[in-house]
Write a protein that binds this ligand. Sequence first.
Ligand code: NAD
Length: 289
Amino acid sequence: MTGGASADRVAVIGAGTMGHGIAQVAAVAGCRVELVDTAVQRVQASLEHIRANLDEGVARGKVTAAARDAALSNINGITDIAAAVHDADVVIEAVPEQMQLKVDVLARVAAAAPPDAFLASNTSGLSISEMQRALPDPDRIVGLHFFNPVHIMALVEVVHGQDTSDEVLDAAVAFARRLGKEPIVVKDSPGFASTRLGVALGLEAMRMLEEGVASAEDIDRAMELGYRHPMGPLRLSDLIGLDVRLDIARHMHAAFGGERFRPPAILERMVADGRLGRKSGAGFFAWND
Ligand code: NAD
C-alpha cells in the first residue's frame, strides 16, 4: 500500500466545484494529477477555473508565476476513467452526492486502478461503510472530505469506514497533510464531525429566533463576539442555503431521531416561501449581491 506522503500520482473523478479544487491543491503540492469528467468541455472549463484561481493567487502574491506554471503542467484533463487511474497512487471521487453514482464510479475505478492505490470519496454526508459494502477491496476505501473553496479551507475530515484499513487511514492522513491541509480523523457517522456540530448550532440559533430570545443580528453576534466565530450561525446558514440546511437537517433527524435535528418550523416555512438565503436575495438577512 502506498504511503500518502509519497502519493505522487493522483486521479480526481468529477471536475466540478470540489474536484477542480482538489486537483489544484494536489498539483500545487507537486502531484501529477489526472482530472476526469464526463465531457471534454467540462474538463476544459474546470482547467480554466484552476488557471483563473492560480492567476489570482499570483496577482495577490500568494503563488509565484513559476509555481503556477508548474502546477498547471502537472494537471491533465481526461474523460476516460480507466486511463486516468491505471497508474494512480490515490483516486478521489468528487461526483454528485448520490450513493449509486458514487458506487458505480468507484467500481470502475477499483477495476482499473493498481491494487495498492487507495480510493477516497469526497462525500459530505453519505456513508463510507455503505460504499464499502457495495465494492471489492473495502479496506482501501476511505472518506476524504474537503471543504469549499478547497484551496482556502484548511480542514479535511478523514472518514474511517467500517472496513478501512489502518494503513489506508494513515496514508489518507499523510496525503491530506501533503496537500497542506489539517486532517482530523472521524468515524463514519452521520454528519461526520463538522456538519453534525455546524447543523446543531444553526438549528438551535433558528429555534432561539423563533422563541424571540434575541434578534437574528444579536444571536449571530453572541457567537462572533463571545466565541470568536468568524460568522454567526444564521448568516452562515444564509450563505450555505436554507434549502441545503433543511435537507441536511432532515437527513440528520432521520439518522439520529429525537428532537436534536428536527427541522425548526421557521426553517421549513422560509424554504417553502422561497427564502433560501443569499442565493434568493433573502433569508435571515437581506442579501443584495
Ligand atoms: P458538482 O456538481 O460541482 O461537480 C460534480 C462533477 O462530477 C460535475 O462536473 C459532473 O459532470 C461530474 N460527474 C458526474 N458524473 C460523473 C461521472 N460518472 N464521471 C466523471 N464525472 C462525473 O458537485 P460538487 O459540489 O463538486 O460536489 C461533489 C461532491 O463533493 C459531492 O459528494 C458533494 O457532497 C461533496 N462536497 C461538496 C461541497 C460543496 O461545497 N460543493 C463541499 C464538500 C463536499
